[in-house]
Design a protein around this ligand. Structure first.
Ligand code: ADP
Length: 617
């Protein structure tokens, strides 16, 4: 099996990071707000098929409230209305008023009488007080109720929109089911059976798990197919309207803006809150029509996010160009539309995690493939090119001494040559094979140095002597171009390490200075002992280089364009060896260069002052 390369590992790490970023992001309240907004938006976008409703409102609207004489006359007016409702034989009647206190005896009497005639009465209670306790209907009312339900429609703490209700609520030692659930139970004449995962009323299974606090997402009906409503005023004015309540579950309560305390925003309300009475009726319809939302479990959200990250990764790992961009656009579209599609199927899948995963993964994967992989490909391509050039040059260079050796040895073997001629040819063979040997050695040193396989000799030697040897060796080459080599006074420093390699380094810098300078210029060699270091400078008045070129000259086989065009032979490996040698000696090289003005190479090497110099100081 192939081991994964560095690039693959980097890419996998990047995708893992994308997944982590997306997961963490989707836990923030910002992401929750996005989820909420998307949920509300889907509500408005989706046009469900609406069945006929079972709930109907007996609403105390603004006018009914005024006509009843406000809160004081409300119980009496409501009693009148309820009498009429009762005659129509509704399935259940929910009275969404907190009747925890006595009012005037006459009105209470009247209301109690009305309650007496309603067989499926459901009354309301809520939690109040500093030490939260239930405000329950007073006994004279409670005794006629088949059930009491809580009226809390807790809005989302983040944006105060009512999206769900808790089907059970506890305060003190008392638990109440939600008003809507009690209404449903009474309307079906069944009991509520509990299991950890759901609640069952007759045939209907409500997916409200104990783990989730028995929360139920309300499937609000669209405003144009709202729950029918008859106001108390209308009913009192026209008795025939009571027929509308026949066989229905009636929600009676206040909708008047001035009187209803519990008005909340819903996904459908554009800034206009809905009364608690209507919210309970919508919750009732959700149960009655079994129009439940299922919330996608956390593991499935994580799995989808992971799949999206992997898909984004795959698209950019195996594709390229417009094809992978087009596929990424498709993936983005799927991630955006998928949660809405799930919504239409009754599954609430949070929007933010899918969005965060797909965007982070696509952006990171695309950036990585575009910038890193492509640049690396370009780099390795140009390196291969340089390597080919170098190999071409080397084989060419090596062929010259080899041809000379071959030709000469053939001459010697074939002809009886005079002794003097033989010696001449033997000398030629010797010098050519030495040249060849040197060439091979240089190549091998690069390989061994970079692999760390070259043993450094440890000897001490005088810097001035080394420098002078190198200068002397380079003089004939410089002479051919009429380049003067000016050596300034050299300090008596002692270097330690491998003299031969160090000589190679200095000689290489000197030959470069000569090679890349025009005729009749000067190369200056100077040195200074500073602290524990020798600073050796080789400065020329040659072609120079720009900053970008300087940053690359220590790469193997790199040559500047000007150097290539100059016609000077070279392989582009000399400086890479110099750098290796210097760093093996715990030193470094500084380069200062300007195009057309010349270059200055400074070797900075650990050195000691010789005893004589130290004494002199
Ligand atoms: P080579 O001289 O064989 O090409 P080097 O590794 O010694 O290889 O140098 C690499 C490149 O650095 C050269 O090809 C040249 O472009 C540039 N260079 C080195 N020294 C100088 C210098 N003194 N002035 C200008 N360019 C230089």
């Amino acid at each position: 099996m192939r081991r994964p390369g560095r690039q693959q590992l980097e890419y996998c790490a990047l995708l893992a990071a994308a997944f982590a970023i997306a997961t963490v992001t989707s836990w923030t309240s910002f992401a929750t707000q996005i989820d909420n907004d998307a949920y509300d938006f889907w509500f408005r976008l989706y046009k469900p098929v609406v069945k006929p409703t079972e709930a109907i409102l007996l609403a105390v609207d603004e006018e009914s409230y005024r006509e009843a004489g406000g809160l004081r006359g409300l119980r009496r007016a409501l009693a009148e209305g309820l009498d009429r409702v009762a005659k129509a034989s509704p399935r259940a009647v929910v009275v969404d008023l907190i009747l925890a206190e006595d009012s005037d005896p006459e009105s209470d009497e009247r209301l109690e009488a009305a309650f007496r005639s309603i067989p499926g009465l459901v009354l309301a209670s809520d939690i109040a007080g500093a030490q939260p306790l239930w405000e329950e209907p007073i006994p004279r009312f409670a005794k006629w109720a088949r059930a009491v339900g809580h009226v809390h429609a807790d809005p989302d703490p983040l944006d105060a929109v009512s999206r769900e209700i808790l089907l059970a609520k506890v305060a003190g030692r008392q638990r109440y089911w939600a008003l809507a659930l009690e209404a449903f139970r009474v309307s079906r004449g069944a009991d509520i059976l509990e299991s950890p995962e759901n609640l069952r009323v007759g045939e209907v299974v409500i997916p409200a798990s104990h783990r989730n606090n028995r929360s139920l997402l309300i499937r609000y009906l669209p405003p144009d197919r709202d729950i029918p409503e008859i106001t108390l005023r209308q009913l009192r004015a026209d008795e025939s309207l009571a027929a509308e309540f026949s066989g229905k579950t009636v929600f009676a309560g206040i909708t008047a803006q001035t009187a209803a305390r519990d008005r909340l925003m819903t996904p459908y309300s554009y800034g206009v809150p809905m009364s608690g009475l209507e919210i309970h009726a919508h919750a009732f319809e959700t149960i009655a029509q079994q129009n439940f939302f299922t919330v996608a479990p956390a593991w499935s959200v994580l799995a989808v996010s992971l799949a999206l990250v992997l898909a984004s990764g795959a698209i950019f790992a195996w594709g390229s160009g417009w094809r992978s961009n087009a596929m990424a656009v498709c993936l983005l579209a799927v991630a955006h539309a998928g949660p809405y599609f799930a919504f239409t199927q009754g599954i609430v899948f949070p929007f933010a995690p899918a969005l965060a995963s797909v965007w982070t993964a696509v952006v990171l994967a695309a950036a990585y493939q575009h910038f890193v992989v492509r640049l690396r490909l370009e780099d390795s391509e140009s390196e291969r090119q340089r390597y080919r050039h170098a190999m071409h040059f080397v084989t060419h260079e090596m062929r010259t001494p080899l041809t000379a050796i071959q030709g000469s040895s053939e001459l010697m073997g074939r002809y009886a040559l005079p002794e003097e001629k033989r010696k001449q040819i033997a000398d030629l063979i010797h010098s050519e094979s030495k040249r060849l040997g040197k060439m091979i050695e240089v190549f091998l040193s690069v390989e061994r140095l970079s692999a760390g396989g070259l043993e450094l000799k440890k000897e001490q030697f005088a810097a001035p002597e080394l420098i002078r040897t190198c200068v002397e060796r380079v003089l004939p080459v410089a002479g051919r171009k009429q380049i003067g080599i000016h050596t300034e006074t050299l300090p008596l420093s002692l270097l330690s390490g491998d003299r031969e390699l160090m000589e190679y380094a200095v000689y290489n810098l000197l030959t470069n200075a000569v090679k890349y300078s025009p005729p009749k210029t000067t190369v200056t060699v100077s040195a200074a002992h500073r602290g524990e270091h020798l600073h050796l400078c080789i400065e020329d008045q040659g072609m120079g280089m720009d900053q970008k070129e300087v940053s690359r000259i220590f790469q193997r086989f790199y040559r500047t364009r000007k150097a290539e065009e100059s016609g000077e032979a070279g392989t582009g490996i000399g400086l890479s060896i110099v750098e290796q040698i210097v760093s093996q000696h715990a030193g470094r090289i500084d380069v200062f260069s300007r195009p057309g003005e010349g270059s200055r190479f400074t070797l900075i090497l650990p050195a000691q002052l010789s005893a004589a110099a130290a004494e002199h100081n």
